[in-house]
Design a protein around this ligand. Structure first.
Ligand SMILES: [Zn+2]
Ligand SMILES: [Zn+2]
Length: 349
């Protein structure tokens, strides 16, 4: 269904060709499923930094886009969190932001469970460029052979993996280990198709709907020409979801998150520990909020809290909100990312 291919940056020739193909498929999907926008849902599986607490597990984020499930990071114990929060094990691809234990030690256990459950489908594990050997070692811990193929791939920062209708981009961030942030960027969508208007103009349901939606004028059996502009609105932006991984506040995150629908930024400390935050190359709540304000994001979610804030996320939140409105993530929190203008409430649950 999704056949990923690596592409460089935004807007290269190969991307454009693929985008054209994807748009075609999407336009057909839009019409058959009119009124049911494509699902983009995230579930926080772990919101603690470095070590788990009673209330929070270490980092992992489930990202579901329509029928495809990704994990962004996979800290120890992620598989139990997936069971607890009903995420399911039908993961296609796992992206690891960096090789700190709290972000990838969950791989061997999760993959072993998938194997015991009889998985046969290939799984792709992406890490930053140069992390492939360490990821392979982690996956092979335990000795017994997995019953399904696992492909490990390096994803250089500033490159992207393409899927039908969207891409996942890596961008470099600033941490003590080589580390990437991740951005899921949907393609621009075709304009809204006005089914009622098309019917009123006498267009029969079927292939002509698709041609009109893609911008073609069509000629009806009686010779009347119906212009696409009469039934299709202007192109609409897709959604963008950005995950900072572990990082100091940095310009690359701001650039990736500019105007995005949802920024998930780490906020390991508060300003009380600003020195420690700098020394360990993390962000304070205030710094994360400043990144969000600078980037003009629609919504900010904070995560990756030091254990001392595990039971007191309001301390993180209070500090962030002196700069920008924010939500402190909790394990099990699920957010559906709405299309701009579709749901002004934000669609949280
Ligand atoms: Zn971490
Ligand atoms: Zn780290």
């Amino acid at each position: 269904m999704h056949s990923p291919c690596l592409t460089k940056g935004h807007g290269t020739g190969s991307v454009d060709v693929l985008q054209a193909q994807c748009s075609l498929r999407d336009s057909q999907a839009d019409i058959t499923a009119a009124g049911t926008p494509t699902l983009l849902r995230i579930t926080f599986l772990g919101t603690s930094s470095s070590r788990p607490t009673v209330r929070r597990n270490v980092s992992a984020l489930a990202v579901q886009r329509e029928g495809t499930l990704f994990l962004f990071d996979c800290g120890e114990g992620t598989q139990r969190q997936m069971m607890r929060f009903g995420v399911g094990f039908g993961v296609s691809e796992i992206f690891i932001t960096h090789l700190h234990a709290d972000h990838y030690l969950g791989l061997p256990g999760l993959l072993r469970t998938m194997s015991l459950q009889g998985r046969e489908e290939e799984l792709v594990v992406w890490g930053g460029a140069g992390s492939e050997a360490a990821l392979r070692d982690a996956i092979d811990i335990g000795g017994d052979r997995l019953q399904f193929p696992v492909v490990v791939r390096g994803l250089p920062s500033a490159e992207a993996v393409r899927y039908a209708g969207y891409a996942i981009h890596a961008f470099p961030v600033e941490h003590t280990a080589a580390s990437i942030g991740l951005a899921l960027v949907e393609d621009v969508r075709l304009g809204r198709f006005d089914v009622e208007a098309a019917r009123r103009l006498g267009v029969p349901e079927g292939p002509m709907f698709g041609r009109l939606h893609r911008g073609e004028d069509v000629r009806l059996d009686d010779g009347t020409v119906v212009g696409a502009a009469n039934v299709v609105g202007s192109a609409r932006p897709g959604r963008t979801l950005v995950y900072s991984g572990d990082t100091r506040p940095c310009g690359t995150t701001i650039a990736a998150a500019r105007g995005c629908d949802l920024l998930i930024h780490e906020a390991t400390f508060t300003e009380e520990e600003a020195v420690r935050s700098r020394d360990t190359r993390h962000s304070t709540a205030k710094e994360a909020a400043e990144v969000a304000r600078e980037a003009g994001v629609r919504k900010l979610l904070l995560t990756h809290f030091s254990a001392r804030y595990s039971e007191q996320p309001h301390r993180i939140l209070r500090e962030a909100e002196t700069v920008f409105p924010a939500v402190a993530a909790e394990d099990g929190m699920t957010i559906e990312v709405p299309f701009l203008g579709d749901d002004p409430s934000g669609g949280d649950s």
